[in-house]
Write a protein that binds this ligand. Structure first.
Ligand code: FAD
Length: 467
């Protein structure tokens, strides 16, 4: 660090205004701890620029002082990627970059600043009669810059893809303060390397995303949402295949809730008003276009009947639909209420899922007898959250402290062994750096480091995260 801390904070204050340079413990506190309370960080300051020019000037000032920067959006990430690690780092919060810059109804694109929440992007699209399909439990708080930086997935990946698939253009402040303007609303643009892709999923290690141009889609007029007892994971996959054969890519979401996830919901929310079906269940949604949803409903009902699935609840009102989704979205809250879990976010090829689940379940239960599980997730994407809670009566924090690493190694070894991924959608952050080194040796890591060095030779952008 060159110059004094006071000089840097004064310089930052001159750029964004003193009120948006936070230095007191109380003001900084919410920015220094991660969503899961795994990391308690420290920082020299939290700075909140108000636009791209201020962000670029902040980055240039930090770079001139040799001070590292940690970009932060909604701070809902699950891997500690937005938490600063030392009091020589500056948190750059994008929350004041919260404007919708443009919406093109005919071109079906929206250009938003990085700090717009995901829910606000969805709302802006809906107001124009269009759909922004990225959706997840944290959508009221997470911000689009964070969604792109983690390449977030969520509840409708099956039909619409991940954040990366929805990005047309980006505006990025590079680690030296230069601005890369690739905000193009083009579906076709073959002009060399697609540089925006470097920053998507980079978890803030290559630059700060300040704005994005995103794809919008036609807004479905019909939705059929159902919760059904499926018997086994293999039967769930067969149901998915039959649904897709019948209604094609109208299948939008296909979420799985194993018996233990339903048990955790019951333990945490015994009085909740959602339906209780025999486990395991699938919560699926099909969406389409047309005057009414009778034909889609009939097609879905025929598939359920054909698969011999009698135990099912089909939402008949928007309120019922929301109740079903609330049930699914409350699983992380149930785990939190029960003291927290050792979380995993693994993916395996779809066909491997049933055997993987059997194997990992047997291995974990054999080694940690009495532990409780919570297994659920985006089954249609091959992505499951295989979460492990302390045995009843045991101290949850102690269990996690003593066993999280060994449980993680076991689960991740089995997922990688099935040619899967130890991190399907949450990223690497601080939490899974050891896993990245364990499972991605050789040329892959070398290339990542080469890219990092090319864009950020001084290592000032979110150090200690990712690779
Ligand atoms: C209840 C709940 C449900 C969730 N469900 C899902 C889910 O279904 N699918 C899923 O993928 N995730 C899910 N998440 C995780 C999380 O919400 C997502 O990862 C989200 O995309 C993070 O966005 P954020 O704005 O909070 O990012 P932050 O937590 O602020 O940051 C995440 C990472 O991105 C970087 N970053 C943030 N903004 C920028 C920027 N403008 N430029 C450069 N780097 C930046 C940070 O440095 C950090 O490395 C869930 C979280 C919760 C709490």
């Amino acid at each position: 660090v060159t110059g004094s801390r006071a000089e840097l904070t004064a310089a930052l204050g001159a750029i964004v205004g003193p009120a948006d340079v936070l230095t007191t413990a109380a003001a900084c506190a919410p920015y220094l701890v991660d969503e899961r309370r795994l990391y308690q960080g420290r920082a020299l300051a939290v700075v909140r620029p108000g636009d791209t020019a201020e962000t670029a000037a902040v980055v240039a000032a930090c770079a001139a002082a040799g001070v590292a920067m940690v970009p932060q959006g909604g701070n809902t990430g699950y891997c500690g990627g937005a938490t600063p690690r030392g009091d020589d780092e500056v948190v750059v919060s994008l929350e004041r970059l919260d404007r919708v810059r443009a919406l093109d109804r005919v071109g079906a694109t929206i250009t938003v600043e990085a700090g717009v929440t995901l829910a606000a992007v969805q709302d802006a699209a809906a107001t124009a009669g269009l759909l922004f399909p990225l959706a997840m439990g944290s959508q009221a708080s997470c911000r689009i810059g964070g969604n792109l930086s983690t390449n977030a997935g969520g509840l409708a990946v099956l039909r619409y893809g991940m954040a990366r698939d929805l990005a047309l253009g980006l505006e990025v402040v590079l680690p030296d303060g230069r601005v890369l303007d690739r905000l193009r609303a083009l579906r076709k643009d073959n002009t060399g390397y697609d540089l925006k892709q470097l920053f998507i999923g980079a978890e803030g290690t290559l630059g700060i995303i300040t704005a994005a141009t995103l794809k919008l889609l036609p807004r479905p007029t019909q939705r059929v949402t159902f919760l059904a007892t499926v018997g086994t994971p293999a039967a769930a996959l067969e149901l998915l295949a039959r649904l897709r054969e019948t209604v094609g890519d109208h299948v939008t979401s296909f979420e799985y809730l194993a018996a233990d996830a339903l048990a955790r919901l019951d333990e945490a929310f015994p009085a909740a008003a959602w339906p209780r079906l025999a486990a395991p269940c699938v919560l699926a949604e099909c969406s389409g276009f047309g005057a009414d949803d009778t034909r889609l409903l009939e097609a879905v009902a025929a598939v359920l009947e054909d698969r011999g699935i009698a135990d099912a609840v089909v939402a008949t009102s928007e309120q019922q639909r929301q109740t079903l989704w609330r049930m699914r979205e409350q699983v992380p809250a149930a785990e939190r209420q029960l003291g927290g879990s050792v979380k995993h976010d693994v993916a395996v090829p779809l066909g491997e899922l049933p055997e993987f689940l059997d194997t990992v379940r047997a291995a974990v239960v054999a080694r940690w007898p009495g532990c409780r599980l919570s297994v659920y997730g985006h089954f249609g994407d091959g992505n499951v959250h295989f979460n492990v809670l302390a045995p009843p009566g045991a101290d949850a924090a102690t269990f996690r402290r003593d066993h999280a690493a060994a449980i993680g190694t076991l689960v991740h070894d089995l997922a990688e062994g099935a040619r899967g991924s130890f991190s399907a959608e949450h990223g690497v952050g601080q939490l899974k750096r050891a896993e990245l080194a364990r499972y991605r040796e050789g040329v892959e890591i070398e290339l990542m480091r080469t890219l990092k060095h090319a864009l950020d030779p001084r290592g000032l952008m979110n150090p200690g995260k990712l690779c």
